[in-house]
Design a protein around this ligand. Structure first.
Ligand code: ATP
Ligand code: MG
Length: 406
């Protein structure tokens, strides 16, 4: 990697590739053991994410990833926006490259950061020297470029403790890079690095957030939606697919399973006591989701449950739901308030779709007096009126699979 970047700069005879994106790696840096693996996966995810924006060279060096446009036609700002959704990136910034001299760095800072420095009240220069053969120390470099910038922008105060703008001067093997403070990236771990999980995706606010949170830990998602046509409309299904499509910004390609749930719900309504409707329905969801997990080598199920939010999310109810499956059930929202969940939904862009007014299959069959402290033996007994295995096989056989791309 290092070699290629170096050659590329040399091929051109000079060191200028102008504007680049610098990405700072996140936890990868800490995870010594699997670092190589993480880095490879991240670079692959970044390359895939950049495809619509033109041709770029993507290379990693010393926990920084360099994204360099290889043609005038490459859309650098589009690429930058797109990279904000790539997990595994802790910080990011646009930067301009230049020759490794004080005068080149000064000139580049003056022109490239002109608007920012004109508007700011205070600044400092900060240098990093990866190229140890560079003749000045970091402090000397900061002083010389900082001094020249102070002359060029006399209204700026130098504030080394709390500057409004920090001008970073990075001297690398290949070139120098000038930029200001990096902004936070998506964080987390590269998608797919930690295996797969089946996520139960309704059209609500919560499950897109729980899906996002698990994906952020490097997990590839297999979304499953239970669809109760005609009790819920085709628009309700489209809404779920729209939510899944928003998640592809973070997760990449996903295959959504749409499981027909009408017959199961009707059978429950016909044969089971009303107070257990929701719980039995949720037990079916867990069993079917586990089946899909087995088929897809997923290792866990994900739900958007939050403790105490509704009758089916008390500790007793969770015990009853969990009893229906053996796989670990990951509930990243379990301790969160609704406002906290909504804040994340807004941040990741799912909120406005989630609040579209299409009914969910749970709301259509909601009992008037659900049991909040159900006992497992009672629920099992109520459920025994159904041919569970057959109903599940029928639902799985009629499951529709839809591949979603970004
Ligand atoms: P959400 O906002 O995600 O709909 P909720 O607060 O409405 O959640 P419930 O309706 O009790 O809660 O559902 C709890 C969890 O069960 C959901 O977060 C989701 O993971 C899963 N779930 C509920 N309905 C469906 C469905 N139709 N298809 C897939 N998963 C579902
Ligand atoms: Mg819901």
């Amino acid at each position: 990697m290092t070699g290629r970047l170096f050659e590329l700069f040399n091929e051109k005879g000079v060191l200028f590739l102008d504007d680049v994106i610098l990405l700072k790696l996140g936890e990868l840096v800490l995870k010594g053991l699997n670092r190589r693996n993480f880095e490879d996966r991240l670079l692959r995810n970044i390359r895939r994410r950049l495809e619509p924006y033109g041709t770029f060279r993507v290379s990693a060096m010393q926990s920084t990833v360099y994204v360099e446009p290889l043609s005038e036609a490459s859309d650098l700002s589009g690429a930058y926006e797109a990279l904000k959704t790539v997990f595994g990136i802790a910080g990011m910034t646009l930067a301009r490259s230049c020759a490794k001299t004080v005068s080149a760095m000064t000139e580049t800072a003056k022109t490239y950061l002109n608007d920012i420095l004109t508007q700011a009240k205070s600044f400092k220069a900060e240098s990093r020297r990866a190229d140890k053969s560079f003749p000045l120390t970091s402090i000397q470099l900061s002083q010389q470029v900082g001094g020249a910038l102070h002359d060029a922008f006399p209204h700026l105060a130098v504030d080394v403790h709390r500057p409004e703008v920090t001008v970073y001067l990075e001297v690398r093997e290949t070139a120098a890079f000038v930029h200001t403070d990096p902004e936070p990236g998506a964080g987390g771990l590269p998608a797919g690095i930690n295996g797969r999980a089946v996520t139960l995706l309704s059209g609500g606010i919560d499950s897109p957030v729980s899906s996002y949170m698990i994906a952020k830990r490097g997990i590839e998602l297999i979304p499953v939606h239970f669809f109760s046509y005609p009790y819920t409309s085709l628009e309700a299904k489209e809404k779920v697919l729209s939510l899944a499509r928003i998640l592809t910004r973070y997760c990449g390609r996903m295959t959504v399973s749409i499981v027909p749930f009408t017959r199961i719900q009707e059978e429950i309504r016909k044969n089971c006591p009303e107070e257990y409707f929701t719980l039995i329905m949720r037990r079916f969801m867990m069993r079917i989701a586990q089946n899909i997990a087995e088929q897809t080598s997923a290792k866990a199920l994900v739900t958007g449950e939050s403790l105490g939010q509704v009758a089916s999310q008390t500790m007793e109810a969770l015990r009853v739901t969990e009893d229906a499956c053996e796989y670990p059930v990951l509930r990243p929202l379990i301790g969160m308030d609704k406002e906290e969940i909504v804040a994340i939904a807004r941040k990741i862009g799912t909120f406005s779709t989630s609040i579209l007014p299409y009914e969910d299959c749970c709301t259509v069959f909601t009992p008037r007096h659900p049991k909040t402290k159900p006992r497992l033996p009672d629920v099992r007994k109520a459920e025994a009126a159904l041919d569970t295995g057959l109903l599940i096989q029928e639902a799985l056989a009629a499951t529709e699979r839809m591949e979603l791309k970004l």
